[in-house]
Design a protein around this ligand. Structure first.
Ligand code: FAD
Length: 143
């Protein structure tokens, strides 16, 4: 089996927020569990940043389905790599809210505190999502 990891970002279409995001995450969890795809989805007012990982065919199929979705536009592929193991294996689609996106974290990866995933390189995009995952887990444990 070829295990791959794909990371892309896209622009949120005007009017997509709240319940639309909840329904994207709910459908993603069902479909991804069915297809053996894991990953994380991060959202703020302007951008989505998502990692999909799993068997190559399953990830490619999910990505092509996602690209057709009218709730976002301007998808930019940031990373596509064969990987030895999953890094979001415990999440069928972990949702990373902007709550964990602190100014310190944003400054670590960019020139200012704006979330602009279009500026991230392949490794930075992965590291950013992993950092965000760690922060989200800490926030959840502290709640
Ligand atoms: P159907 O449910 O049959 O829908 C047909 C078309 O309508 C598709 O193009 C679909 O994208 C679109 N659509 C569906 N619901 C709505 C709606 N409420 N408003 C507007 N258009 C709609 N799906 C996954 O399976 N895994 C993921 O990880 C995943 N991540 C996503 C990340 C983002 C940023 C977005 C925007 C969507 C994501 N989705 C994901 C949802 C995905 O795009 C599809 O909607 C979903 O997989 C169902 O696909 P389908 O072909 O069965 O579509």
């Amino acid at each position: 089996m070829r295990l791959v990891q794909l990371i892309y970002c896209s622009r949120v279409v005007t009017g997509v927020h709240g319940t639309a995001i909840t329904s994207i995450v709910d459908v993603s969890r069902i479909n991804n569990a069915r297809d053996g795809v894991t990953g994380a989805l991060c959202f703020n007012a302007n951008f989505f940043l998502q990692c999909l990982e799993g068997e190559r065919g399953a990830v490619n199929e999910a990505y092509h389905r996602i690209l057709r979705d009218p709730r976002h536009e301007g998808a930019l592929l940031l990373r596509y790599a064969e990987v030895p193991k999953r890094q979001f294996g415990d999440w069928s689609m972990g949702y990373l809210s902007s709550q964990a996106m602190t100014p310190e974290l944003l400054l670590q990866y960019g020139s200012n505190i704006r979330f602009d995933p279009e500026q991230l390189g392949a490794e930075a995009a992965l590291d950013f999502l992993l950092d965000l995952k760690a922060r989200a887990i800490r926030l959840r444990e502290a709640a």
